[in-house]
Design a protein. Structure first.
Length: 208
């Protein structure tokens, strides 16, 4: 857990590591983990072609539900028009080709990913995975980032201004990512922060 200080010289960024109380970021992570939505989703086959999808959430919220094929193709998408705490619907999969699919539920910053296999003799429900978007905050020239890297993918943090890349850092594959960056040396303006891995990309915009 650290803070990185930026210094601009000949368009290059020189990192200077400074101390940040570990408890500050630890508390931030706990706060994020307890504040996020914790929805539940179940997929129950009813026949060879149909399954009932049930969603429950403690708080009434807007949500998005999508189904992707194994190659990433979007085959279904639904977005609620009003906040709901429960949802249930029977889905007909007969028009889908046999293969592996993922059903993705997003409620605010929380995602549930349910693996589904569609076969000629039925629908098979696989593992379910919980994923939480990273937490970004910017105040007093300090950018704070915390992220639970469930998939333990190699992470990269890039910061761009209007002219292009100004900073890049390899964050490794740690499960618990918590770091801070001192941006006081950067000139005023708009910046885009991108946290990315092989399969995910998250963007945060800030202005000094």
């Amino acid at each position: 857990m650290f803070v990185v200080s930026f210094n601009v010289k000949q368009k290059r960024m020189v990192m200077k590591t400074i101390k940040l109380l570990s408890t500050v970021l630890a508390v931030a992570i706990v706060a994020v983990a307890t504040a996020v939505e914790k929805p539940k989703m179940s997929v129950t086959p009813l026949s060879a072609d149909k399954a009932v999808v049930t969603i429950q959430n403690n708080n009434a919220s807007l949500f998005e539900l999508s189904i992707h094929a194994q190659d990433g193709e979007l085959v279904y998408y639904k977005q609620t028009t009003k906040p709901l705490s429960s949802y249930q619907k029977i889905y007909d999969f007969k028009n889908l080709k046999n293969g592996n699919y993922s059903m993705n539920l997003r409620v605010n910053d929380t995602r549930l990913i349910q693996d589904i296999q569609v076969a000629s003799n039925g629908i098979y429900v696989g593992d379910s995975k919980l994923r939480i978007d990273p937490y970004f905050a910017f105040a007093n020239d300090v950018l704070k980032l915390s992220y639970l890297n469930f998939d333990e993918e190699r992470l990269s943090l890039n910061i761009y201004d209007e002219n292009g890349l100004v900073y890049k850092s390899d964050l490794g594959k740690a499960f618990n990512v918590a770091s801070g960056y001192d941006l006081s040396a950067l000139k005023g303006g708009k910046y885009e922060v991108i946290l990315s891995s092989l399969n995910n990309e998250f963007t945060f915009s800030l202005e000094k």
